[in-house]
Design a binder for this molecule. Structure first.
Ligand code: PBG
Length: 313
């Protein structure tokens, strides 16, 4: 039993309303209950609708702007409507607004993308010219780079919507994060995970971060036992890489850090949206250099890319 901000009212956990977001909020609540021996009614899950949830008929890159799935949640946190916010770190801008911090990362799920198709077993088996659905600029660029013959179509919506589109024949295959499928208990819809060598995941894919007000010491104390340092170092390196590239969900950037024998091994990739160019590289070093490694790798890729490349981003 502990240092709850105000034991007379439930701690408010802010989240988006999608099935995946709710699963992540409930996982966070369950971990808080276990870590502090608190009952379920010590917490209240508060659903917040974001711009990204409201606009479902347009490609994300057309709506533009950063934090499409997070801004309204951060506003609610800053104003005290909620006490903590649970996020997919993949969707988070690399810098938080003044007064907010994310210093609690849950143990990371599977980082890989999943190949999803009712008819075809893997990317290599897609017939010449096949239609593939994805709204992720990164996945589209990576696929086009590897298979310029494929036809890419926009594919927005939740998992159920996407699966229905596949059944309707709108496309023969699509991609989803393994992490999301695992958290939803839906891994059976995947033909299998794609090795990061074949499709480097998005920065912070599979990681859940919990945001709080910087000056809220009670929330900090509650969250401290939930933080997974290994995930923190890995996501720290990846987000430093992304920050230097000033990327967001809308630019084709991939990055993955792994721990191997106590070393941090970081890989990164930037692409042109049409997949015509991919520039990839890596760094290895001590965990304490996580941020510098991300920044340096970004510098290297930017230098190799040259100014023309960047004008496409
Ligand atoms: N951009 C939406 C989004 N944000 C996080 C996940 C999956 C879960 C994760 O990566 O933690 C997804 C869906 C997907 O890419 O399939």
């Amino acid at each position: 039993m502990s240092e709850r901000p105000d034991p007379s009212r439930p701690l408010k956990i802010g989240t988006r309303g999608s099935a995946l977001a709710l699963a992540q909020a409930h996982e966070t609540r369950d971990r808080l209950m276990a870590a502090h021996d608190l009952p379920a009614d010590a917490f209240e899950v508060v659903v917040i609708r974001t711009t990204g949830d409201r606009i479902i008929d347009r490609p994300l890159k057309e709506i533009g702007g950063k934090g499409l799935f997070t801004r309204e949640i951060e506003d609610a946190l800053a104003s005290g409507q909620i006490d903590i916010a649970v996020h997919s770190m993949k969707d988070m801008p690399t810098l938080q607004p003044d007064g907010l911090v994310i210093d609690c990362l849950l143990p990371r799920e599977d980082v890989r993308d999943a190949f999803v198709s009712p008819h075809v077993g893997a990317i290599a088996e897609l017939p010449q010219g096949a239609v593939v659905g994805s709204s992720s600029l990164r996945r589209r660029a990576q696929l086009a780079h590897r298979r310029p013959d494929l036809q890419l179509v926009e594919f927005r919506g939740n998992v159920q919507t996407r699966l229905q589109k596949l059944r309707d024949g709108v496309a023969v295959a699509s991609f989803l994060a393994m992490a999301g499928l695992r958290r939803l208990g839906m891994t059976e819809v995947a033909r299998g995970p794609i090795a990061p060598d074949d499709m480097l995941p998005a920065v912070a894919q599979g990681a859940i971060g919990i945001e709080r007000r910087r000056d809220d010491e009670a929330a900090a104390g509650l969250l401290r036992p939930l933080h997974d340092p290994d995930t923190g170092h890995r996501v720290g390196a990846e987000r430093a890489f992304l920050r230097r590239l000033d990327g967001s969900c809308q630019t084709p950037i991939a990055g993955l850090a792994e721990l191997r024998g106590g070393q941090l091994v970081l890989r990164g990739e930037i692409l042109l949206p049409d997949g015509s160019v991919s520039i990839a590289g890596g760094r290895a070093g001590p965990i304490s250099d996580a941020g510098a490694m991300g920044h340096d790798l970004a510098e290297e890729l930017l230098a190799r890319a040259g100014p023309n490349f960047l004008h496409h981003l």
